[in-house]
Write a protein that binds this ligand. Sequence first.
Ligand code: 2U9
Length: 360
Amino acid sequence: MTSVATGADLQGLEQELLASIAAAGDLAAIEQARIAVLGKKGRIAELMQTLGTLPAEQRKGFGQSVNEIKARVSEALEARKASLEGDALSQRLVNERADVTLPVRPGAVADGRIHPVSQVYDECVEIFADMGFAVAEGPDIETDDLNFTKLNIPPEHPARQEHDTFYFRPKEDGSRLVLRTHTSPVQIRTMLAQKPPIRIIAPGRVYRSDSDQTHTPMFHQIEGLVIDETTHMGHLKWVLEEFCKAFFEVDEVKMRFRASHFPFTEPSMEVDIGAEAIGKPGQWLEILGCGMVHPNVLRNCGLDPEKYQGFAFGMGLDRIAMLKYGLTDLRAFFSGDLRWLRHYGFSVLDVPTLSGGLSG
Ligand code: 2U9
């Protein structure tokens, strides 16, 4: 027969349970104590099981006493647990303290350098993202159709020669792949895939079979495209002016728009900036080309030129990196010379932001 606890026993049991809780030295021990006391097979449950063996007139009082003990013991458990958690946190705060004023430890983070092209790429993305442009990317190997034909450059167009294209061997059906000669196929892909409004920039590598002090077979462009129903040349001028001020980190910039010609824009312009922006007063520097997207290009992408219109622009990332940071030989950009990178590269920790300064 199960023995039945008396009032004195209950008091002793409570003391014992409270002592076991007080003795728990860490969070694992307190969990063990909780299971031993309050668990399904714990001491309180064990006591409750004896209830049925008591004479009816004692059951109510006994049950009440056990419940009171349970409440007090639970409270003690919670209090002990909270105190141990506090201790554990204090211990972590002591052990994991970091002195953020210490210099960066020697090693990759301190020694590594961001290439000027990567730096300028990030600066441009930051500036255009702030104006609401999304970044679009596409493959380096393109079809002839997306790189040329859809951009209003049909097979026998003279602009194809100017692009010094790297062609792949033609396929059986006569079609051939190319290394993209500009990032414009990225905008074509975007127009084919989504309806206006479109507001994107397309930064990336491009390839032309050309090499001297200012040309390398691989270089970088950033192009932009805005298409909706109302965008006009005023918007184009504003975007480019805001870009130039932000990029060259100056309050004012002189700009000159010269009439030009590209197959994919009409009208087309080349843009010069007053070289005051880079500390060379009196000169003009060509920095980009732009225009309103040609109706044929819109049509080639399934857009009705009577309904949709917009602008596009393109510039050489390497070229604007050279202008901003005073670099003279484009070939050095891609020669992998660590001394050059240590000299002209940027700290990994100086991430370009508009609020914190683009170039640190
Ligand atoms: C679409 C429609 C139009 C992109 C444009 C230029 C003018 C331009 C050059 C700048 C220096 C290339 O790197 S560079 O040699 N680019 O002058 N690019 S308008 O026009 C587009 C692009 C895509 C669908």
